[in-house]
Design a protein around this ligand. Structure first.
Ligand code: GLU
Length: 455
């Protein structure tokens, strides 16, 4: 019987002791205190959850509890679990030898996390069988590792220094389930992956209408750093350099720290850094971007009183912001989750800003491969010259791939391969049919209605 089955057995079978349930379908409360039923209900839920996790045992080693927790996809570093982990550490400090988890310690640790943990152990997260899913991802990771083509960008030393063997992939679901494989703790610069993020912040701060007075929504069909504008003399879209430079000028008033604060919140306070050396090198080698800047100035693309050189400087700074695969995957998950960071629950960006961003990533995010990527992978993504690919499976998860060797158009060879393999295995392509297409796996939680209709 699975965990869900056991839960209901305990619940309706009345086997969980002293938990406030009547043992049949209903509760019996003997006190007029209005808070009392709530307390009884919570303590009943705690007992049920405890015996679900221990499979009916009176106590289990804490290490076993931690492994059970990890198997749901939750990390012990999850900010939502910080109180729970503090209590656990405390009891480990207070006692010598193996610490056992009994109902008393469990109640102390669970605290405000009862709903989160109940969801986790009753397999109510978006990916219910997370271990099976993670093992599929590991297989894709290893098969992708064998792709050895491409060249590491070498126009600045800060990119040229990276080994072509580096390869990492991290994912974070909309419920905050996490999995990582490979070099996922190494910092790298976002480069062009910052473009959708700065666009999302700009729309969140100043609105769709205002932002699109200055930049279009159409794929350019040209190289990302082309000196070219659409027929209204606006940059084609926010994913090409001209568009991102104009948006930098709109965001300039918020300052670098303002943007960093957004990114930090999107990453659930995980690693967000800055490479000053990259910033200086980008400026020194950025003749093309200066040319774009002067062209934009000549065509009056900037808002009134904007300082073109300051906007360029800001753009170079934004490209030099660092993340790791781990922190980048949480940022991508915030986009997958309508602007709410899954591991903090904070609404960082408006739903509208996120929807706009995903639309433009879908049509314009992958340089001159955008049309083919939309066709074959069918998911919003953005790549950068550092070898990063920020991928979003809307309403399911965010993924950050990173491997420095790039193909001819500038996309990470392993990043592209992984994305393609991912949608060959799972029905994540936007136009995969979720009801009748049986050749692919669907790791998502099925609604009860779906299950009933599928028999
Ligand atoms: N700093 C690079 C530029 O503006 C970004 C390149 C990229 O990642 O596409 O040229």
């Amino acid at each position: 019987m699975d965990i869900t089955g056991r839960w209901w057995h305990l619940n309706w079978g009345g086997q969980a002791r002293g938990n406030g349930w009547s043992g049949k379908r209903g509760m019996v409360f003997k006190t007029p205190n209005p808070w009392f039923p709530w307390n009884r209900l919570i303590s009943g839920m705690e007992d049920l959850l405890f015996y679900t996790i221990t499979e009916g045992k009176e106590m289990i080693p804490v290490s076993q509890f931690i492994s059970a927790l990890r198997s749901t996809g939750l990390l012990t570093s999850d900010p939502r679990l910080s109180d729970c982990m503090r209590q656990l550490r405390q009891s480990m400090q207070d006692s010598a030898g193996t610490v056992m988890m009994d109902p008393k310690l469990f109640r102390k640790c669970v605290g405000a996390n009862i709903l989160l943990l109940t969801q986790a152990f009753r397999r109510k997260f978006i990916i219910p069988d997370f271990e099976a899913f993670a093992s599929n991802i590991n297989q894709l990771y290893y098969s992708t590792q064998r792709q050895v083509g491409g060249h590491v960008a070498d126009y600045i030393p800060q990119l040229a220094k990276f080994s072509p063997d580096l390869w990492g992939v991290s994912l974070c679901t909309v419920d905050g389930q996490r999995h990582s494989a490979g070099d996922t703790k190494v910092p790298f610069c976002l480069q062009s992956c910052v473009k959708p993020l700065e666009y999302a912040i700009a729309v969140h701060e100043i609105g769709t209408e205002h932002v699109h007075r200055y930049v279009g929504k159409e794929p350019s069909g040209l190289k990302f750093n082309q000196l070219s504008l659409d027929e209204e003399d606006k940059p084609h879209n926010p994913m090409v350099n001209a568009g991102a430079i104009v948006i930098s000028s709109l965001l300039k008033v918020r300052g670098f720290l303002g943007v960093m604060e957004y990114l930090k919140k999107m990453s659930g306070t995980e690693y967000v850094g800055f490479s000053n050396a990259t910033f200086q090198s980008e400026k020194e080698t950025g003749d093309r971007n200066f040319a774009i800047g002067y062209y934009l100035k000549e065509k009056k693309c900037f808002p009134k009183n904007a300082d073109m050189i300051a906007a360029l400087d800001f753009y170079f700074q934004l490209c030099s912001i660092e993340v790791t695969c781990e922190s980048g995957s949480v940022m991508a998950a915030t986009l997958a989750n309508g602007g709410i960071c899954p591991i903090t629950g904070e609404q960082v960006l408006s739903a509208e800003a996120v929807r706009n961003t995903l639309s433009l990533m879908h049509s314009c995010g992958m340089y001159d491969f955008s049309g083919q990527f939309a066709f074959h992978v069918g998911l919003p993504a953005k790549s950068g010259v550092s070898g990063a690919v920020l991928l979003v499976v809307p309403n399911v998860m965010g993924i950050m791939c990173w491997s420095p060797p790039l193909d001819r158009v500038g996309n990470s060879v392993r990043g592209i391969h992984f994305c393609q393999e991912l949608v060959s295995l799972f029905n994540f392509h936007n136009y995969d049919n979720l009801r009748h297409f049986a050749r692919k796996l669907d790791p998502r939680r099925q609604s009860l209605d779906d299950r009933v209709s599928k028999g």
